[in-house]
Design a protein around this ligand. Structure first.
Ligand SMILES: [Zn+2]
Ligand SMILES: [Zn+2]
Length: 240
């Protein structure tokens, strides 16, 4: 069994993880004891090389990921090495086709989070054929979790159900995560298991909403403060 947070933002988009370099990853690993690590920065893969090397140093399998802003909403994808299309320019279908060319594992993020989710499109046969799962639990959007559970709770079997923290800081990391039925630490095997509806288990509960009220808002204020304070400050490089 491999446990990991499937939705993580870092300093390479609008998050703060890696502000302290590899120390951040070490701290998170010590605290949560996950078996693999991925990042899903917004519309960029520029953090992949950096994160891959950090994971190599700690001996943790690294799953390359990205979160793409399509015209119809956000989509997380794994196994993607390069993505540099600007946000909100590509229609969903076009983005999915490009991801399929890269043989990506495709998981619409927070589908029922209002304007940022692709919503009922996950039920469209043409779309459903191109995706592997959907995010039933998202750490940044309790409302979507309620709506998604209600609307898409009957999709299991057809699509894998994912849970990710959507953290933009260390505080929220791992709030939701997945357990993957996979005994290998090879990335190709992990990606293969991620496509299998029977092998992905979302971990977390709707009651997270209570913790969300206590943690998310302060974490978000803290992140904004930190980002402002860091503006213009050179971030120390992880590797020299
Ligand atoms: Zn998103
Ligand atoms: Zn996100």
């Amino acid at each position: 069994m491999l446990a990991f947070d499937s939705h993580v933002h870092t300093r390479f988009s609008d998050g703060t993880i890696f502000y302290n370099g590899i120390a951040d990853l070490k701290e998170l690993q010590l605290k949560h004891g996950f078996d693999a690590f991925t990042i899903t920065d917004h519309n960029t893969t520029k953090g992949l090389r950096y994160t891959r090397r950090a994971c190599e140093q700690l001996g943790i399998p690294f799953i390359p990921g990205v979160e793409i802003s399509t015209k119809e909403g956000h989509v997380a994808a794994y196994g993607v090495e390069r993505w540099d299309h600007p946000a909100y320019r590509l229609p969903l279908v076009e983005a999915l086709e490009l991801l399929m060319e890269q043989n990506a594992v495709i998981v619409p993020a927070h589908p029922f989070d209002g304007r940022m989710g692709i919503g009922n499109l996950i039920f469209e046969p043409a779309i459903k054929r191109m995706i592997h799962g959907f995010e039933i639990f998202n750490g940044a959007s309790p409302r979507q979790n309620l709506r998604c559970t209600r609307k898409a709770g009957n999709l299991p079997g057809e699509l894998a159900m994912y849970a990710g923290s959507d953290c933009h800081s260390k505080v929220m990391f791992y709030r939701y995560h997945v357990e993957l039925d996979c005994n290998s630490t090879k990335v190709d095997d992990i990606l293969e298991a991620m496509r299998d509806t029977t092998k992905v288990k979302p971990v977390g509960s709707l009651l997270e909403i209570l913790r969300w009220i206590g943690d998310y808002v302060p974490a978000e204020i803290g992140r904004r403060k930190l980002k402002r304070a860091r503006k213009g400050v050179e971030v120390p490089e992880l590797f020299s």
